[in-house]
Design a protein around this ligand. Structure first.
Ligand SMILES: C[S@@+](CC[C@H](N)C(=O)[O-])C[C@H]1O[C@@H](n2cnc3c(N)ncnc32)[C@H](O)[C@@H]1O
Length: 454
């Protein structure tokens, strides 16, 4: 661990007083490591029964577990199959607090790489609309990859500024998460680069930006809706002070007690203009729990207008839908999901019903990518494969995790098989990894080139 910046040490010593020696001692401890089971694909009990890792529960997240340092969960084929997401344990406190219901309209405004988006999705159980937005284009792509791997059927991935989104979705969302870009002080132990990039000027810059982002988020929440604001930093300027300024400017918002607060420490009203209700917000201190540093506050919008937005009017040719339907008839035993089709070039997407017009917005994924139309036939997408269960497919082939054909498949090789001809889901222990197409006892590999093991 690199030396901590002097002015940071001085500030934290001043803020924490007697506690500061415990706080600084926590830097000598190893960083905490966690995985979160993707309950869209597997139940917690089922995963624990087949877990190759020794796991210990994270107290504040039913889906979260600590793993030991010598495990490499990112290299296991269960990771490729989207059975879990590697997530820092404190970051798992946020989605259970926002706890969206199936069928709701949810926005994750600062979403990449997707840890919290994919956690929110587990609560939505594939129903409703989950808009995951990321400001930085390269990070939006990574977000879309994680959304695909974890098999979120109802997610839309956008690459927009908060202000442009606020014009498109006024008073519309039931729940919004602002996991704001911050100075990252809570990540110094996990990510030494955050420590090197730190400066007092950046703290001030982040605080201003966070308030701007929150203001835009506020415009998108319906009355009665809930909003979580979170950071992974300790500076009061970015946390209590931002909450205080936001509430001053937005009287239609109030703080609510943060769920599962018994596991965390209350935020400090003195660091936010002595607002008493700031004790409802929480701080996750690395010397008080097994996790890195975080701050989080839950708001409710108590008043305001509800807005009905005109639904996205999409046009698709009858031929493209019929090609997709004939693919479903021949290859799937489940009915196609409900929604509305959108054709972009040769790519067919399924959008959730009641999605407003996205035409003026930059999107990476406007809905679930179903596949591509190719000369009078339909080729299913990898994204579609990752939303299916093995039992949804007419043909599937499943291997044990250590079977050599798994690695061959993930390298892009063809496999000799005894299966019937046609589109086949290739699975590990019945969990899909992607498509293959059987022709004359050979499984042609349709695992995406960009994902193959080199
Ligand atoms: C703390 S990270 C989000 C982590 C994510 N929620 C997760 O759990 O995986 C904050 C994100 O905000 C994005 N960001 C940067 N500037 C922004 C801005 N002006 N408006 C909105 N988001 C911004 C960053 O690119 C970054 O991906």
């Amino acid at each position: 661990m690199k030396a901590l910046p002097q002015s940071y040490v001085a500030r934290m010593t001043d803020l924490l007083g007697e506690d500061s020696h415990l706080f600084f001692k926590s830097y000598e401890q190893p960083k905490t490591l966690g995985i979160r089971i993707n309950t869209l694909k597997i139940s917690i009990e089922e995963f624990l029964a087949l877990s190759p890792f020794k796991l210990e529960p994270v107290p504040w997240a039913p889906q979260g577990f600590y793993y030991e340092e010598d495990a490499s969960p990112g290299k296991h084929v269960f990771h490729t199959a989207g059975l879990y997401y590697i997530q820092e344990p404190s970051a798992m406190s946020i989605a259970p607090a926002l706890a969206p219901e199936p069928g709701e309209k949810v926005l994750d405004l600062c979403a990449a790489p997707g840890g919290k988006t994919t956690h929110l999705a587990a609560y939505m159980k594939g129903q409703g609309i989950l808009v995951a937005n990321e400001f930085t284009a390269s990070r939006a792509k990574i977000l879309a990859e994680n959304v695909e791997r974890l098999g979120l059927p109802n997610a839309i991935v956008l690459n927009e500024t908060p202000a442009r989104l606020a014009s498109a979705f006024p008073n519309w969302f039931d729940r919004i998460l602002v996991d704001a870009p911050c100075s990252g002080e809570g990540m110094f132990r996990k990510d030494p680069a955050a420590c090197e990039e730190w400066s007092p000027e950046n703290v001030s810059h982040c605080a201003i930006r966070q308030l701007d982002i929150l203001e835009e988020a506020a415009k998108m929440l319906r009355p009665g809706g809930k909003l979580v604001y979170s950071t992974c930093t300790f500076s009061p300027d970015e946390n209590e002070s931002v909450v205080d300024k936001f509430l001053e400017r937005n009287p239609k918002f109030k703080l609510l007690p943060f769920p599962n607060a018994e596991f965390f420490s209350p935020a400090n009203p003195k660091w936010g203009n002595n607002r008493n209700d700031l004790q409802y917000a929480v701080r996750l201190w690395p010397h008080r729990l097994r996790g890195e540093g975080h701050f989080a506050a839950l708001f409710e919008k108590t008043d305001g207008n509800d807005t009905r937005l005109a639904p996205f009017q999409t046009k698709v040719s009858a031929e493209s839908v019929s090609l997709f339907h004939s693919f479903v008839r021949d290859n799937l035993v489940c009915a196609p999901r409900e929604g509305q089709y959108l054709l972009q070039g040769d790519h067919l997407y399924l959008l959730p019903h009641n999605l407003p017009d996205l035409k003026s917005l930059k999107w990476v994924r406007p809905g679930l990518h179903l596949g591509e139309l190719k000369k009078k036939r339909f080729e299913p997408s990898h994204t579609l494969a990752m939303t299916l269960k093995n039992s949804d497919a007419v043909h599937y082939i499943s291997f044990e995790p250590d079977h050599p054909d798994i690695e061959r498949y993930l390298r892009g090789e063809t496999l000799p098989v005894e299966q019937e001809e046609g589109w086949t889901l290739v699975c590990v222990l019945n969990f899909p990894l992607g498509w293959g197409k059987v022709v004359q006892h050979t499984l042609k590999n349709h695992y995406p080139k960009g994902l193959r093991i080199p």
